[in-house]
Write a protein that binds this ligand. Sequence first.
Ligand code: ADP
Ligand code: ZN
Length: 744
Amino acid sequence: MPRFAKVIVDSYLDKALDYEIPSHLSTTIGIGSRVRVPLRNRSVLGIVTGFADHSDVPNIRPIQAVLGERPLVPPILLKLAEWMSNYYLCSLDAAIRTVLPYAVRNEKIRQKTTKFLKLRRSFTNHELDVLAKRSPRQAQILRILSNQPNCQIEIRKLEEEIGKAGQHLRRLSAAGFVEIFEQAVNRDPYANQNFLQDTPRTLNPAQQKAFLSALEAIANPASSRPLLLHGVTGSGKTEVYLQLVQHVLNIGKSAIILIPEISLAPQTVERFKSRFSPIQNQIAVLHSNLSEGQRHDEWFKVLRGEARIVIGARSALFAPLNNLGILIVDEEHDPSYKQEETPRYNARDLAIVRSRLEPCAILLGSATPSVESYHNAQSEKYALIELPERVDEKKLPIIRILDMKVHNRKKGSLRGIFAPYLLEAIQKRLQKNEQVILFLNRRGHSTFLQCPSCGYVEMCSNCSISLTYHRTCEKLICHICGQTKRIPTQCPKCSNRGILFSGLGTQKLEDLVQKEFPTARIIRMDSDTMTARDAHRQAFSKFRSQQADILIGTQMIAKGLDFPNVTLVGIVNADLSLYHPDFRAGERTFQLLTQVAGRAGRGDTEGEVIIQTYSPENPAIQFARRHDFLGFWEQEKEFRECFGHPPFRRMILLTLSGEKENHVEFLAKSLWRNLSSKLPPDCNISEPVPAPLSKAKGAYRFQLILRLPKDKPIYLHNLKSLLSSFSIPSNFSLTVDVDPYNLL
Ligand code: ADP
Ligand code: ZN
């Protein structure tokens, strides 16, 4: 046994510390063990990341205790944490904290136990009758026990039936008739739900082909490429996942299924719970809506090997499963796989890394694959599988595009917010008792300038993203390259003088709609109204059971839409997402429109989608209208390549924030000078500019965007050491976002 252990201490240095292993702990300690160690005059917790036979540290101190019966972090997950810290430029400690959830790290959260009562021998009716004369209550308890499975019952349940019985239980126990014991119970988030078993469907030829490719990858994971399953909405992707998981279980392995946001898509969990209902307790569900206790129990169920299927949002990727057969990432394009706090990892990308470390098969699925993943498929890093048709042969809805430049001039248009055509369409659906969804696809708080008469938007000539309007300095700024422009007093294209655009919120939209349709029942869903834990589910179920006529919301309602009675979906202003100051704006718009189109008209009446825009000719809108993914991808790829956006270069976003605007700017400039002089010339580093969200929580924010060549991972390493040697005063903060998804 080695004499020393390397320990990463919680929230301390980005460096393992050496400790001596006392001989009485040498048999219980392992890599990934949770340990208690002395640090200065405190006692702290940490994780063992390695062993050594000698150490140069003078006066080395011993480990005080090893917690738990087994190591908490399997070696593969430690390697994954190390990878995360190197790639996402975060500390190893932060990466380990991500891999090991709070509910497990925190010693105060424990397994819950409860008291049971068990019969020690059987009793004849005669014996019970005799006892009943002396103590009817005790006889009653024994009778109840005899009728329980295994002749045992949870005391809490017994007392719910017969009232407090402490004294009788003690007597029965003293007489040797019953035994009282404690047993661990799991706080199961799905304890009170029943799932009817459903049976596998016979796969159609396209599904069969997908299934076989994945079987091959499961059998030979080390020599197989990641699989990208591109299947239109309703093409039977989930059915393929279910059968693959069944196969993996059959050969004695386990599976992880990642889904973007569970609260928005509870159906997927339900389908797995139903399909595997006889072994329901082998499914663990991990997501943010669990209590800490539930999360603790689900996690330990996995560690003990009791659960072999894990379903969850991004953190489920770190489930400590053994013998992983397949990792499935559903809706792989979804931005919520990206964690928007340090470490800012992307679970889809880390899933690929984990699958290489295991090794196991990996399947990414989507109706609208991300530009990045599809690029990997086209360049044969991934293997592409396609499900081009819907299973039920339902028709996709008709998509109509309304050019607001034309409609604004018509009589009856509502201040450029509703074209008369959309208002009439809503009216018609309401008269027929059908339901309507209105999307206001607004993101963040950024503002762009748009001419209401010709639709012109000022774009950056270097980056081809919209310029952001900054009220404080009265300028237009590009957030990728830093280009600035004066605000035009009239439209450069049509000379209109009223060019300023002001945003429209969901609240205001609701008021307008209510005024227009006074008797309509409206539900509004956005981040203001959906703060309660169960709010989504309630709003959705209210709408599904037709207790409302119109649902108004932001993109949070694009997912999980399955309302048979919805026959009209209106996109109020497609330009809001089209001119988001982000190189992915076109991709997001295309995905959103495709999602919506794939979901409207799920019932028997044909659906209609109406898109209002000033840019009807925009490719994202046109390709979505034609349901042409490949066409969209080809032009988008060209655009990304031409302007040096991901996936052609690696983007890194640095954001500095602090209380005094000019101090933050000064610091940002000195960071910029520092990096510019030290990084190789094939890295682009933009000059610092105020972030689109230039002030948040009282702090001013400045950004720098770096674009590095993709084939030189060493640059990441260099950048990490440059950043750690650049000292940031304590009243400022620097966030580092590798492969950012949110450029605000
Ligand atoms: P996706 O995940 O691509 O949206 P699903 O797997 O949810 O598609 O399939 C859509 C619907 O079609 C579901 O109700 C599913 O049960 C059904 N389905 C899937 N595959 C088949 C099949 N081979 N035969 C019959 N029905 C199927
Ligand atoms: Zn630019």
